[in-house]
Design a protein around this ligand. Structure first.
Ligand code: AMP
Length: 401
């Protein structure tokens, strides 16, 4: 997919940087929340191309969306449809996800293009993620990535979650199946439907089964529904385990009751094969019984950045002592794996322009690889020597896939 290089018009939050998420359920009229947080799209601008999955409310499709200003160019999109004949309640529940998603704007959170509510079928249009959900993606690519590539993905997930927790949004269903992956291996948080489910079904996991994703949920959230960003951090630890084990099912075929009992007794998942000790330690930190002892998402981002800065820290693994980790270093040679804009600038000794890149909203390797001298000048980077150095390094960016 061709993503336009966005320079200059950073989407400035209307309400300052500390904008809080508004729960659409606080609106008496759910349609009002939709009008406020989601752009209405004319169905004529949408072409459905293929069905790619089944959602709770109807098919999920891949398609194209014609975009402003002249509606000639089009982009790939994912289209969630509401089954024809659904009840008014189902329609509201379906659109709630869009009212939530529409409030977020972050490179690691699925972006809502808009909704179709004035014609049938009702649709939610989001950016298209070529590699689908993270759990399946890892299973079909078992063992194929370098540790630094996995760290780049994990860093993206932590960064998206850090943004959501800063907005006071608690996800409650963070799991690899709810993270989507695009063609550049960028991971984005998706699936904003669960918060409502749990509120309405207080006895969810005991009587109805499966409403609380037990294997991913912190003990205090299971025991007394204490869902917080700290319980999301517990779930992040499980996602970290899923990523490092390439999509293994947490606690394998254990029953939910066995998982709950074992966790209560202090059992924790073992380190996945070849998992660097530092990453396993991070999982254990996320699984601290006391939620106040767990790291925050922003400290997880810093920890991952630090690990990426010193790859030798990734050489120690717990369960393969004979392995000196040389394959990790070997794999890194000649690669320019993009973890974050700041780290990249640091590597090329151009950190002084960190703020310039932030202001221009340059967050992906793809955006940076397309920079020109004119862009840099527009951003206020005018020294020709520095421009040359940045552009030379930008051309070498290996966008992984
Ligand atoms: P969901 O109802 O959100 O769980 O979506 C069902 C399935 O559709 C997911 O497991 C993905 O494989 C796929 N899917 C959902 N959203 C997208 C998207 N934005 N891009 C690509 N695939 C998607």
């Amino acid at each position: 997919m061709e993503t336009p290089l966005v320079l200059g018009f950073v989407t400035t939050p209307l309400f300052g940087n500390s904008r809080s998420y508004v729960d659409p359920h606080t609106y008496e009229d759910p349609n009002q929340a939709i009008r406020e947080f989601a752009r209405e799209i004319d169905a004529n601008y949408i072409t459905i191309e293929a069905i790619i999955g089944g959602g709770e409310f109807g098919d999920v499709c891949r398609g194209r969306l014609k975009i402003p200003p002249n509606f000639v160019q089009d982009i790939d999109v994912a289209i969630k449809t509401l089954k024809p004949g659904s009840s008014e309640k189902a329609r509201c529940d379906f659109l709630t996800e869009a009212s939530i998603m529409g409030q977020f704007d972050h490179p690691n959170v699925i972006y809502l293009q808009g909704v179709v509510t004035r014609s049938n079928p009702v649709m939610i249009i989001t950016e298209y993620m070529e590699n689908g959900s993270l759990d399946t993606f890892l299973r079909v690519n078992d063992g194929k990535f370098q540790t630094l590539q996995l760290i780049a993905m994990l860093r993206g997930i932590a960064s998206g979650m850090s943004y959501l927790s800063d907005m006071n949004y608690v996800h409650r269903d963070l799991a690899a199946r709810n993270v989507l992956v695009n063609s550049q291996l960028i991971c984005k948080i998706a699936d904003f439907g669960l918060s409502r489910e749990i509120e309405n079904a207080s006895d969810a996991y005991t009587t109805r089964g499966g409403k609380i994703p037990v294997r991913w949920t912190a003990p205090e959230a299971i025991a007394f529904r204490k869902f917080t960003s700290a319980s999301d951090v517990w779930s992040y630890g499980v996602v970290l385990w899923e990523v490092m084990s390439y999509g293994e099912r947490p606690y394998w075929n254990w029953s939910n009751q066995d998982v709950i009992k074992s966790i209560e007794k202090g059992y924790r998942l073992p380190a996945p094969m070849d998992c660097p000790e530092a990453l396993y330690q991070l999982m254990l930190d996320c699984w601290q019984k006391q939620r106040t002892h767990r790291p925050t998402f922003s400290s997880i981002v810093s920890t991952l950045d630090n690990l990426a800065r010193q790859p030798q820290a990734l050489l120690t693994t717990r369960n393969s002592p004979e392995n000196d980790g040389s394959h990790i270093l070997e794999g890194q040679r000649g690669h320019n794996i993009f973890i974050s804009t700041d780290l990249w600038l640091e590597n090329i000794k151009m950190s002084r322009y960190s703020q310039h890149f932030k202001e221009a909203n340059l967050v992906t390797a793809q955006q940076i690889s397309r920079l020109t001298a004119q862009h840099l000048s527009d951003m206020g980077i005018t020294l020709v020597g520095h421009q040359k150095k940045i552009l030379h390094q930008a051309r070498q960016l290996d966008t992984i896939i």
